[in-house]
Design a protein around this ligand. Structure first.
Ligand code: IDP
Ligand code: MG
Length: 155
């Protein structure tokens, strides 16, 4: 059973548009377990690290700025194949290209103001969870509904 944890950030556009509850609710309804949740004000240093793959892009200063407009909500979500499941739920980067039914497809008209960040693979998920959460901020609580979410072998 490939149980994974992944990092999601609800971006400042989501906080400002009062969509925090709605977006968290979509992940909960899907069956992902909320293992960690907090509000954080991001700064230059953490964003330079988080978006290191984009530092040379012309839009990087604007991206960084947009991520500091308000605090963000950081979520640690867990489930079988959670990293890919959450990326699929988020949809492609540009909200105008994302299909209806995805989070970006349903809530975003932008390639930057696109509601959520979601880790894109096992290595980035591990690094990003460690970047945004201390170990004691990730909780291993069990749901009595687990047997309604998965078969015994995790299928
Ligand atoms: P992802 O969030 O879908 O993984 P990345 O390529 O990792 O996409 O880019 C990180 C974030 O940078 C995007 O979510 C978006 O907010 C922003 N971004 C990506 N491409 C552009 C662009 O061309 N203009 C402005 N912002 C961009
Ligand atoms: Mg990315």
């Amino acid at each position: 059973m490939n149980t994974q944890k992944t990092l999601v950030l609800l971006k400042p556009c989501t906080v400002q548009r009062a969509l925090i509850g709605e977006i968290i609710s979509r992940f909960e309804k899907k069956g992902l377990r909320v293992a960690g949740l907090k509000m954080m004000q991001l700064d230059d240093a953490i964003l330079a690290e988080h978006y290191a793959h984009l530092v040379d892009r012309p839009f990087f200063p604007g991206l960084k700025e947009s991520m500091m407009v308000t605090p963000v909500i950081a979520l640690a979500l867990e489930g079988v194949d959670a990293i890919e499941v959450v990326r699929q739920m988020a949809g492609p980067t540009n909200g105008r290209k994302a299909l209806p039914g995805t989070i970006r497809g349903d809530y975003s008209m932008s390639g930057q103001q696109n509601i959520v960040h979601a880790s894109d693979g096992p290595e980035t998920a591990a690094a990003e969870l460690a970047r945004f959460f201390r170990p004691e901020e990730i909780f291993e609580w069990k749901s009595p509904l687990e047997r309604s979410l998965y078969s015994d072998d995790g299928c």
